[in-house]
Write a protein that binds this ligand. Structure first.
Ligand SMILES: Nc1ncnc2c1ncn2[C@@H]1O[C@H](COP(=O)(O)OP(=O)(O)O)[C@@H](O)[C@H]1O
Ligand SMILES: [Mg+2]
Length: 327
């Protein structure tokens, strides 16, 4: 594992709890994620596995009575859980930014793009002059593939198509050159061709600027061509992590294997897709021990006890007693 001071983000043992009618329940538990400068990391898993809660917890955006109850979130060595609310707001949008599935979570519908982008720059550096701010906005829009950025700056968000609107949200997130962007299914609602274009643009930008990126998605085919490393989530925990190609070619966790087999591109045409039997359990019905064991054909009694994350070859880790390869 890389040393902590080489990392942009070092999350250790994160746990977030929500208050439910049945009492407080942890939605994510023991989540650890490391991202190096300029690295693109995919966080994947079925809907309900805890991906968004992980992103929001890292950003400090969990609303009460929900609460991050354990763990460290080190951004360039600074623990975001220990700093003041003021400092956290300062870092957000400046050193760390989030892009949501719905760009209107960050764009203001009643303001021209120009106004909101200039505000985003000035909020973090009031000394930037009007001309310089506008130049930065234009460049940012051009870099995410928006044609005629000069004219588009005067438009309102609703005057853009879905894909263009998401590009504006990404450009805005990148305006202040953050060290880390967390993108939560930003292209899921878009057409596949547009998704691919946006992905390619974001990848280039992150490489050029050294921005670390966590790309959250339920769609493995999206991260396959984009990320360097993968974290696979199930039932609120990381079950497998490692470099993309080894994980996709030879998954160690039976859940990762099932997820890969349920994606069309891994099947021959005409063959039915494999479905993982059963469903992701509700938070208040999470099984003890390995949370995947009731759906797993390799599981036995031993899987009902807590399972530790085990080190595999090539910087891989897996939380399974009976992995599909040698660890
Ligand atoms: N504010 C909340 N209050 C209670 N439960 C929540 C809240 N937000 C998320 N959850 C629960 O946490 C689990 C993980 O949700 P989420 O992170 O949104 O999944 P994903 O993004 O992987 O689809 C789900 O069971 C969800 O119902
Ligand atoms: Mg989500």
């Amino acid at each position: 594992m890389a040393r902590a001071d080489d990392l942009t983000l070092d999350v250790r043992g994160l746990e977030t709890r929500f208050l439910t009618p049945k009492g407080p329940i942890s939605a994510i538990r023991d989540v650890s994620i490391q991202v190096r400068p300029g690295e693109i990391v995919g966080l994947v898993g079925e809907s309900g596995s805890g991906k968004s809660v992980t992103g929001l917890s890292i950003m400090g955006l969990i609303d009460a009575p929900g609460e991050v109850v354990d763990g460290e979130v080190l951004l360039n060595g600074e623990d975001l859980r220990q700093i003041s609310a003021r400092r956290r707001r300062q870092l957000r949008g400046d050193r760390i930014a989030m892009v949501f599935q719905d760009p209107m979570m960050t764009l203001n519908p009643v303001l021209r793009i120009r106004t909101q982008m200039v505000e985003a720059i000035r909020a973090h550096d009031p000394k930037v002059g009007a001309k310089e701010a506008l130049r930065r906005c234009r460049d940012a829009l051009a870099q995410v593939g928006i044609p005629a950025p000069e004219e588009r700056l005067d438009a309102y968000p609703h005057q853009f198509s879905g894909g263009m609107r998401q590009r504006v949200a990404i450009a805005t997130a990148m305006l202040n050159g953050p060290d880390l962007i967390i993108a939560d299914e930003p292209t899921t609602a878009l057409d596949v061709t547009i998704q691919a274009q946006i992905l390619a643009e974001v990848q280039t930008l992150c490489r050029e600027r050294g921005t670390a990126l966590i790309w959250i998605t339920h769609d493995l085919s999206v991260v396959a061509g984009l990320a360097e490393r993968l974290y696979v989530m199930y039932g609120g925990g990381i079950v497998e992590e490692g470099p993309v190609d080894p994980v996709l070619d030879h998954p160690l966790h039976p859940y990762t294997d099932g997820l890969i087999r349920s994606v069309p591109w891994h099947n021959e045409p005409g063959r039915p897709l494999n479905q993982i039997p059963g469903m992701i359990p509700a938070l208040d019905r999470m099984p003890r021990g390995c949370r995947f064991h009731p759906r797993c054909d390799r599981a036995d009694e031993a899987c009902r006890q807590p399972v530790a994350l085990r080190e595999g070859p090539d910087n891989r880790r897996v939380r399974c007693l009976y992995p599909l390869g040698k660890v």
